[in-house]
Design a protein around this ligand. Structure first.
Ligand SMILES: [Zn+2]
Length: 218
């Protein structure tokens, strides 16, 4: 089968997402860009524990099904729209993670409540895309617009989350960070008035994250 390694990566992450509590039942979806510029994406409505590498759908950047035994995710337009707009993105994860989605239902974006928010945004915030019905081109447009050229994460109003990165594995790690930030923001708002970090603090942290793991001396 073509793209075996990439298929296994997407399958592994999808199962992990299913086990993690970041999604329930069959909600959410994961995709990766193939070396040929098409997209491997999880199928619609299949429980993650049953998912196998051969079940993934291969679609082109316009969302046409090229290959796959099952219907692709209903959110194909959102994934392909982001890949068209962001050439550097190689993986996308969409969830209904509970704290992030709770904030999205309150119509809130997430400010820099903790330094790790720097991993998600140059601007020090996770923006909120307006509501549109799931699976529509309208929602796809809002998601792409809200992510813009630089954000790695956004909330979808009354719906859930999107994270993007060079790989699907990295996009999944960003979802875990996003949910941690959402939980912190939710809890600190309940308890009082959280201190929000300024743009200079976010810039310093981003510079440190960029150098992380590359400091080996010869
Ligand atoms: Zn969804």
């Amino acid at each position: 089968m073509k793209y075996q390694e990439l298929r296994e990566e997407v399958t592994r992450i999808s199962r992990r997402m299913g086990d993690s509590g970041l999604v329930r039942t069959t909600a959410g979806n994961v995709s990766a860009r193939t070396p040929d510029g098409d997209v491997l994406i999880t199928p619609s409505g299949l429980p993650y524990e049953d998912l196998e590498a051969g079940d993934l759908a291969l679609v082109d950047l316009d969302g046409n099904l090229l290959e796959g035994p099952l219907e692709p995710s209903t959110e194909v337009p959102m994934h392909t729209g982001i890949y068209r707009q962001r050439p550097g993105v190689g993986g996308i994860v969409h969830t209904h993670a509970p704290y992030s989605t709770a904030l999205a239902c309150l119509g809130l974006e997430i400010p820099a409540v903790h330094y790790m928010l720097a991993a998600l945004s140059e601007e020090g915030r996770v923006p909120l895309a307006p509501y549109a019905t799931y699976g529509t081109e309208e929602l796809a447009g809002y998601a792409s617009e809200t992510l813009g050229g630089t954000h790695s994460a956004c909330l979808l109003q009354n719906h859930g989350t999107i994270t993007v990165a060079e790989t699907a594995t990295k996009a999944y790690s960003l979802t875990e960070i996003l949910e941690e930030m959402a939980e912190l923001y939710y809890r600190t708002r309940l308890a009082g008035d959280p201190i929000i970090l300024g743009p200079d603090r976010i810039a310093e942290t981003r510079a440190k994250i960029a150098g992380y793991g590359q400091a080996k001396r010869s």
